[in-house]
Write a protein that binds this ligand. Sequence first.
Ligand SMILES: NC(=O)c1ccc[n+]([C@@H]2O[C@H](COP(=O)([O-])OP(=O)(O)OC[C@H]3O[C@@H](n4cnc5c(N)ncnc54)[C@H](O)[C@@H]3O)[C@@H](O)[C@H]2O)c1
Ligand SMILES: O=c1ccn([C@@H]2O[C@H](COP(=O)(O)OP(=O)(O)O[C@H]3O[C@H](CO)[C@H](O)[C@H](O)[C@H]3O)[C@@H](O)[C@H]2O)c(=O)[nH]1
Length: 330
Amino acid sequence: MTVLVTGGAGYIGSHMVWRLLDAGERVVVIDSLATGFRFAIAPEAAAVFGDVGDEDLVRSTIEAQGVDAVIHFAGSVVVPDSVADPLGYYLNNTVKSRSVIAAAVAAGVSHFIFSSTAAVYGSGGAEPIREDAPLAPASPYGRSKLMTEMMLADTAAAHEFRYAALRYFNVAGADPAGRTGQSTRGATHLIKVAAEAALGKRAALTVHGSDYATPDGTCLRDYIHVSDLVDAHYDALLHLRRGGDSLVANCGYGHGYSVRQVIEAVRRVSGRDFPVVDGPRRPGDAEAIVADPARAMAVLGWRPRRDDLDGIVDSALAWEDHLTRRNFVA
Ligand SMILES: NC(=O)c1ccc[n+]([C@@H]2O[C@H](COP(=O)([O-])OP(=O)(O)OC[C@H]3O[C@@H](n4cnc5c(N)ncnc54)[C@H](O)[C@@H]3O)[C@@H](O)[C@H]2O)c1
Ligand SMILES: O=c1ccn([C@@H]2O[C@H](COP(=O)(O)OP(=O)(O)O[C@H]3O[C@H](CO)[C@H](O)[C@H](O)[C@H]3O)[C@@H](O)[C@H]2O)c(=O)[nH]1
């Protein structure tokens, strides 16, 4: 049996590929390299370079490689970009996800894991949010993912098809073994940006809004280590393979940190100061969003092992340092 990982050259997908290989699975990646990197794909994985919107390519890859499960990461990930280019986000995240789902159904693959997001909730406040909370995405990005969740539910009702839609909170950090990390060019994610600033790759970090109704005025997020996140996917894969029902599950730790707390953690762990300037709010940002992870723990048996902001930051800094030594230009 082989697992198809779409977006396996990207940040989270490349960690998933290593997690699957570590468990003795065979893996095939489809990636367009739009934001991913050839070097990020573990050498033991088969790789097909193409667009997941090409349904025939996805189907023929599934059939040629004997795929029994699809883990679908390929997509566009930057919330403010989705505000500026909603149709681009609906195309890449919604329309092309439809192609991947259709190819899976046509090829008889009945196990599907999808990268959903906390952005489907909109702003949840500082209290942990459950999966049955009202869905009110604050951005086209969140809506593009919510529509895919809806397609999955309808497909599962009509076909021999079960899925796990995992709603990631804020993914950060890097493989503790140093095999992969976040290499995204022009990154916008807070911990990545702060790590770049700490290593002198950016002149300054801008805080996007300090007038929110939070303790220090900056947004609250639930930062999850990427290794814990890919563990949840592996747990979901085993759940589906043993006949478990489709589910939607949060992936986060249940507590939030403000933008300023994250900046302090990066300063503390790196031992380096860097300039921080206050800027205006960023379009599409939710004020606060924190996961209630009880369902993933109860149904999937997920046990996070790296719930430690300083540890997350430390692994992100180590990967950033690795990129510097490779002369990788961000
Ligand atoms: N990073 C986060 O905090 C976060 C949070 C919630 C959800 N997600 C979701 O997780 C998934 C992976 O995110 P990431 O942070 O690893 O981003 P990423 O940009 O590093 O990875 C996305 C990968 O998909 C590929 N890709 C994009 N469009 C494609 C297409 N049409 N055909 C083939 N390949 C394509 C890119 O080349 C890249 O390798 C995304 O679906 C994203 O929405 C990420
Ligand atoms: O230079 C920066 C970068 C970020 N931020 C702030 O830091 C917080 C986190 O921002 P990120 O860009 O790191 O992450 P988002 O919360 O916007 O989005 C991420 O998490 C979401 C789920 O919560 C989505 O799934 C999405 O794919 C993923 O990019 C936000 O308040 C943002 O305004 C800054 O102040 N300065």
